[in-house]
Design a protein around this ligand. Sequence first.
Ligand code: GRF
Length: 203
Amino acid sequence: PKIVVLASGSGTNLQALIEATRERDFPGEIIAVGCNRPGAFALERAAQANIPTFVIDHTKSDSREAFDASLMAELHRHNPDVIVLAGFMRILTPDFVRAFRGRMLNIHPSLLPAYTGLNTHKRVLEAGDKVHGVSIHFVTEELDGGPVIAQSEIAVNPDDTPETLAERVQQQEHMLYPIVLRWFCEGRIQLSANGVQFDGTLL
Ligand code: GRF
C-alpha cells in the first residue's frame, strides 16, 4: 500500500514511520510527505530519506476550502491508499475527511475521548490525573473524535511537567504508530459502520 504522511512540525512521528517502513518486511511505502508549513523540519527528514515532498502553505490559502482543494489535488496526484496525519496541525473540512473515510489515521497525545484539542499534557497535570497516554484513531468529521484504533498508557509522576510528560508520550507515539500503520497496511484494521474492526472483530 502507498502511504502519504502529512506533518506540520518537527516530524518525530514521521521519522519513526520512515524508519519502520524501511524495514524489508514492512507492507507499505511512504510515497510522499506533505506539509502546510514551508519551514517544517519534517520536510528535511523526508528529503534525507529521499521521499518526495509537497508544501501547501496555509498562510497563502484564502480559505480552509481552498487549502483542502489544493491538498486534495496533491493527494489525487499521488493516489495513496492511506493518509497518515503525524502532527498535522490543520483542521480538515468535513468534505475532505469524508473523501478519505476509513483511510486516514491521526495520532493524538491523550487517552481519547479525554482531552481532545490542544495542550493535553498541561491539562492532564492540572486535573491531577494519574494516567495519560496516546491514541491513534480514524479521522472523521469530529475533531480528535474518530473511532479509536489503539492507545498506549503512561503513568503520570508527581514531579512531571508538561515537557517531561510530552517526552514520555512521544516515546509511546513513536512505538505505537508504526505498529498500527503496519496492521492497517496488512488489511487487519477496518472502519465499519459500527466501529473499528481488528481481524474482523469489532473493537
Ligand atoms: C505529537 O505529539 C502528536 O501527538 C501531536 O503533535 C506532535 C507532533 O510531533 N499531534 P512531531 O511533529 O511528530 O514531532
